[in-house]
Design a protein around this ligand. Structure first.
Ligand SMILES: NC(=O)c1ccc[n+]([C@@H]2O[C@H](COP(=O)([O-])OP(=O)(O)OC[C@H]3O[C@@H](n4cnc5c(N)ncnc54)[C@H](OP(=O)(O)O)[C@@H]3O)[C@@H](O)[C@H]2O)c1
Length: 250
């Protein structure tokens, strides 16, 4: 039985809940009593997480959808139904220099990181606005504002999500719907492990704290952004990146 009931009765859709940051967010919201709609592509991991949440006294169901496909994204919105909270955490990063990035890679990153939140908000925010309340959070990335020699397409896709955040805060704010982005720096996840293999420790050298983040730390920020404690926060990009280094350590 959950002791924390802050989100009891609220329905939360968390995209990308089968892994990494999204998984931590889904568990956090479920532990606060939310009825969580888990999304991902991997049915096995999605259903396992739903069972894990149920075993901990929470409530969750899983919907599979490929967010690189617009039709599949809209089906997810339809099957999720009316939600009070939408967290867009699904994302992919394909870090490569621009000359060797092809159109398909660019389109994939924009489709999942930018267009999917756009379609989900378009489908789900009107019902929130009609009810006069709702919260939308986007998991952005420090890549949107901190250039690097690789990853331009990824950075652009996340910058697009930041712009959308500000537009939606203006578009839906008057109807009681808040929209904010949390912008993480490097975080140790299954995704970064798959990308970097045995070199994941390099992420710990990227910021002033001297370590990469933990998915639970991003989930704590999302928890704040969906709570009434952030009632006056709308259209914000909240950086969670450990602080910038003026120069990389040798
Ligand atoms: N980790 C970092 O250092 C970091 C830093 C800044 C921002 N972020 C952002 O945080 C979010 C989560 O990152 P993560 O590191 O936790 O990633 P991850 O471990 O690789 O998990 C990615 C999630 O997104 C889902 N996903 C990927 N492509 C999808 C598609 N085409 N359709 C539907 N779902 C898809 C995956 O679903 P399946 O596994 O079921 O396929 C998975 O649930 C992303 O938006 C990422 O850009 C991460």
């Amino acid at each position: 039985m959950n002791a924390n009931t802050a989100l009891r009765g609220r329905i939360a859709l968390v995209t990308g809940a089968t892994s990494g940051i999204g998984r931590a967010i889904a568990k956090n919201l479920a532990a606060q009593g939310a009825n969580v709609v888990l999304h991902g592509r991997d049915q096995r991991r999605g259903e396992a997480l739903a069972r894990e949440i149920a075993a901990e006294g929470g409530d969750a169901r899983f919907i599979a959808a490929d967010l690189s496909d617009a039709e599949s994204t809209l089906r997810l919105a339809d099957e999720a139904g009316a939600v009070d909270i939408l967290v867009n955490s699904a994302g992919l990063y394909e870090f490569a220099p621009t000359p060797v990035s092809d159109a398909a890679s660019f389109d994939r990153q924009v489709a999942v990181n930018t267009r999917a939140p756009f379609l989900l908000v378009g489908a789900l925010a009107p019902a929130m606005a009609a009810r006069g309340q709702g919260v939308i959070v986007i998991v952005g990335s420090s890549a949107a504002r901190m250039p690097a020699p690789i990853g331009a397409a990824y950075g652009a896709s996340k910058a697009g999500a930041e712009v959308l955040t500000r537009y939606w805060a203006t578009e839906f704010g008057p109807s009681g719907v808040r929209v904010n982005t949390v912008s993480p720096g490097p975080v140790h996840t299954e995704g970064t492990k798959a990308m970097l293999g045995e070199h994941t420790a390099m992420l710990d050298k990227t910021n002033a704290r001297g370590r990469a983040g933990d998915p639970g730390e991003i989930a704590d920020i999302v928890s704040f952004l969906v709570s009434d404690a952030s009632a006056y926060v709308n259209g914000a990009v909240l950086f969670a990146d450990g602080g910038e280094l003026s120069a990389l350590p040798s």
